[in-house]
Design a protein around this ligand. Sequence first.
Ligand code: F3S
Length: 652
Amino acid sequence: MALNLTEKILTAHLVGGDLTPGSEIAIHIDQTLTQDASGTMAYLQFEAMGLPRVRTELSVSYVDHNMLQTGFENADDHRFLQSIAARYGIYFSRPGNGICHQVHLERFARPGRTLLGSDSHTPNAGAMAMIAIGAGGLDVAVAMGGGPYHLAMPRVVGVELVGRLQPWVTAKDIILELLRRRSVKGGLGRVFEFLGDGVAALSVPQRATITNMGAELGATTSLFPSDEQTRAYLAWQKREEQYTPLAADPGAAYDELETIDLALLEPLIAQPQSPDNVVPVREIAGMPVAQVCVGSCNNSSYADLMTVAALLRGQRVHPDVSMTITPGSQLTFELVARTGALTDLIAAGARILEAGCGPCIGMGQAPPTGAVSVRTFNRNFNGRSGTLNDRVYLASPEVAVATALAGKITDPRTLGTPPAAAPLADVIHADALIIAPPEDGSRVEVLRGPNIKPLPTAPQVADTLRGEVLLRVGDNITTDHIMPASAHILPLRSNVPACAEHVFGRVDATFARRAREAGGGFVVAGANYGQGSAREHAALAPMYLGVRAVLAISFARIHWANLINFGIVPLTFAQPGGYGAIAQGDMLQLDGVRAAITAAQGLLVARNITQGTEVALTYAFTPRQRDIMLAGGLLNQIRAAALASPTPVSGR
Ligand code: F3S
């Protein structure tokens, strides 16, 4: 039978289930990655499993989010991560080495492998024909222990790219076009597999811009075939021996098909405050801009920065604009410096930042009040930049530079002929900031500072859940809304009690206090609750505050799994009117919850004691999810199994 590429890779890694869309499958994971904001918890969780060493082909711990060392917290975390990586056989990418996805693509990604990462943009590596999936840190910890990763088999969308891009139109515009068509909910339960004659002309970094931002569609992952572009990229990285050609079989079927005629695309831009709020740049050209930021895991490759340098050469950034450039990796930084392009960036007046996530996660460069910021990033959710009610626009590096020079949003097609692609500089100093683990790490001391607090665990789910609706929110609530990032909150990620004080802080600053005073309760939400980042703190910290169930119209995939992993019951309104029948502050009571979870699927009634009404809720857990819920979360389940077993366990 002819298989598409998704099915091929999944079949080669399948350890449970079959590839029927919607049914639960279990796959073996070859590689894992963590970043520091989620990594400290993931490694504490791995440590709790009692294994001597990771059981993956490759695991890498990156430090890219919490780069500011304004106090001891981040520095403590960095030291903890370095020591625990050496202890358990994990490669360590030191602070300053760059963004996990950019570095992983350059140095570690391999065609045909599976990758699980505790960051939602892990599908970036789909550019290397990998099944690369973002997940919560606990799921990554289990995969590091050799346990399978469970997911609902996605529908496979074949995205046929036909023709060639016009000058000044880029890979960013391809993914923005998909977001325009499908919205941030359009990829839920789906894999986007790219095919067609338009694929061959796209380089691996261009493909990565597309697969990376597939996360904004809500997709499980996205991927490209492995072809001559893949070989060329691996050869550039001095890893050509890792090349394997991989593609869908001729005549392979797809659950859905989408066609994009590349020749018809034009420069696009996503307006505040959602990546799917996409319009042609020309429609909003002329809007004054105060800040332009190039970088993030979406557009920070060597090719991106060389293009930016070529466009800035001999020019000056507009005096009303602050322009920042964040290289995606230390390797990119070094190559751009060696070619002399760095001089062009500096001479034009751009501010060069350290390789890392930087402004993308609100680590500095928050824009001024009311000002427009144009960024080459992938997310523009309210407040993510560090400025509340920010006005962040997302576009290609070409649009960013045209805008930075003019001081207003500018269609780059007004700049004339685009520069030719820069030749590839020789990769000779790739791994200066990567530390390989020792053969035997058993004697390595794990260094813990006072910022590393013990892991809280969830209580058992009670049979009766009674409490107040602490918060009622609308559609598309992101994990940034639930557990904000930024320079003053991110350093608290290893300290859940302190971190929990900021839950929903940008939605309702009284939430944490009210949750504590009420002894916990419920959150009621609209559709696509928990979209965006994979951060498990968006489940862990509410659990710590006593949130026992979330009632929503629908959930985003990773957050749904994180809620279950941390013992919060995710329930869906059975009828369209259910959401409207509950107000914030209402007192709810759910009876028979444990029996309902034991049944795995069915209906549960929430009695609205305040209003004297009842609201029907549905739920559908797999047997595995049911067992996790009944155990009070995945960590409790793993610990119970470890106590019951004389030999180390690796999870579910
Ligand atoms: Fe970092 Fe932003 Fe990517 S926080 S991992 S650069 S989405």
